[in-house]
Design a protein around this ligand. Structure first.
Ligand code: HH2
Length: 287
């Protein structure tokens, strides 16, 4: 199977309605994005799904548990250091046995990549959303790929290093302003953009907590917000536990994020998150 075939605009229109993001948001409840890392070195699942068969089992399980989106990444972003950078070819080699089968499961697949070359080929294989942990600011060709194919883009805040002296909310807002300028110049429609404060990326644990606590301030951009707090290190700082034992903290953070306006939650633990969100919604609606 090749992942490198070019995709025409017509092909795109036939396979993906242009308003995918709008359709998801119209569900009127928080959208759940299930994480699938096909990496040997992810901090959160330690390469458990590097094997293609195990990755697909996990993808199927997440869909059955209620994932609205599958987020597939083939390069660890390792916010806490130590991730090994990989080439476009290696990223595609990891994705090849998993991506088409994941697309065939019928829920939109987002490709977690900062590389235009990977995004282009993943879209050709059926990925419907691009998730860039560098908010279009690392690979300048990525904005063009996103604009050309008309797919939604998740713009995540990031920094090379945390700076404890920073006003993190001001830094996030300034970063989003730069990313949105890049998106505008590339011709990306505003209806296709999601903003994400990037929990654990270039932030101290305290700054990650602030980003969740003050998420509602980011509503001023008028765009849907995504939060991915799943298994992240700030939880360990509050209540020490290894990544696989941070479910309680992840859910607490995600419910706070929804209260602050998050429209999409990125999680490794779909069933538990869906249940928590449903109970939360039921209690709110009874208030
Ligand atoms: N977090 C991770 C990776 N991608 N994308 C968005 N939009 N937001 C996030 O918070 C986010 C993300 C890190 O988590 P994980 O995928 O489990 O780890 P790794 O990058 O080591 O594979």
């Amino acid at each position: 199977m090749t992942l490198a075939r070019p995709v025409s605009g017509l092909q795109h229109d036939q396979t993906r309605p242009p308003n995918l993001l709008g359709r998801l948001l119209a569900l009127g409840r928080p959208i759940v994005m299930g994480v699938l890392n096909v990496t040997p070195d992810s901090f959160s699942d330690g390469g458990r799904f590097f094997d293609a068969a195990a990755a697909l089992d996990q993808a199927r399980r997440m869909v059955a548990e209620g994932a609205d989106i599958l987020d597939i990444g083939a390069e660890s972003t390792r916010p806490y250091g130590g991730a090994v950078a990989v080439t476009v070819e290696e990223e595609m080699r990891r994705l090849a046995p998993v991506l088409p089968a994941a697309v065939a499961l019928g829920v939109p697949v987002s490709i977690d990549t900062m590389k235009a070359g990977v995004a282009e080929q993943a879209i050709a294989t059926g990925a419907a959303i691009v998730n860039d942990v560098w908010g279009l600011q690392r690979d300048r060709a990525l904005a063009r790929v996103v604009a050309e194919h008309g797919v939604p883009i998740i713009i995540m805040h990031n920094r090379d290093a945390a700076d404890p002296s920073l006003d993190i909310m001001a830094d996030i807002a300034a970063f989003f302003t730069r990313s949105l300028d890049i998106a505008d110049r590339a011709g990306i429609a505003r209806e296709s953009i999601v903003l994400d404060p990037g929990i654990g990326f270039g932030k101290t644990p305290e700054q990650s907590i602030i980003a969740i606590a003050r998420l509602s301030e980011l509503k001023s951009f008028g765009l849907p917000l995504l939060v991915g707090a799943s298994r992240k290190r700030f939880i360990d700082k509050i209540s020490p536990a290894p990544p696989q034992q941070r479910l309680g903290g992840s859910i607490a953070a995600h419910l706070a994020a929804v209260a602050g306006g998050a429209a999409i939650i990125r999680t490794h633990d779909v069933a538990e998150t869906v249940q928590a969100l449903r109970v939360d919604a039921a209690i709110r609606s009874a208030q």
